[in-house]
Unconditional design. Structure first.
Length: 188
């Protein structure tokens, strides 16, 4: 890793999108570019309904492996698998009015055959375990508590998320006046 005193300022990434192949690829590219540009920090401003579990877990692992500091700021909602992406950051902030939604994995788009139902149940159980383990590893939740929460939907305020160790600090977003912000926007 480069000497931090020689590194440039941070990169701001405004991620207001679902987590899917194209948006995950764009986030990886912007983070990789920040590292290549010798920036000292990445700050991700996140507002996401969630999306694909494989893409979310891949982003979690990618962000955890970055050799530069990563901060994240919930500026609206962090729902579903977006929680894993949020939890990957070294420092985690939230605006006071933000929310966090935890729920179990769902599947869709398959014909309701017996084979598909059995395969789908196996996938849901495996993915619920992976997501619960990921979240529990970075919060005050246990895997068993999360599995119980995953039987329904559980909405947390920023304050409740802080109590559970999801959020480190609740504060308003304050971008520097000279901040260059790179957007990943979901235009659905």
């Amino acid at each position: 890793m480069k000497n931090m005193t020689q590194m440039a300022p941070e990169r701001f990434i405004n991620f207001q999108a679902d987590i899917e192949d194209i948006t995950a690829h764009r986030l990886v590219k912007l983070c990789t570019d920040a590292y290549r540009d010798a920036l000292s920090k990445i700050t991700i401003l996140i507002n996401s309904r969630g999306g694909g579990v494989p893409q979310g877990l891949a982003l979690y692992n990618f962000i955890r492996g970055l050799p530069i500091e990563v901060e994240v700021h919930n500026i609206g909602m962090v729902d579903s698998i977006a929680n894993a992406v949020y939890l990957a950051a070294d420092k985690r902030y939230s605006v006071p009015s933000a929310r966090f939604l935890l729920h179990g994995v769902t599947i869709s788009g398959q014909a309701l055959t017996e084979e598909n139902l059995v395969r789908g149940l196996k996938t849901v159980r495996r993915d619920n375990e992976l997501v619960a383990t990921t979240i529990a590893g970075r919060t005050k939740y246990t895997v068993e508590e999360l599995k119980e929460l995953f039987k329904g939907e559980h909405v947390l305020s920023a304050e409740e998320a802080k109590e559970k160790g999801i959020v480190h600090e609740i504060k308003e977003l304050q971008l520097p006046t000279d901040a260059e912000v790179f957007d990943i926007l979901d235009l659905h």
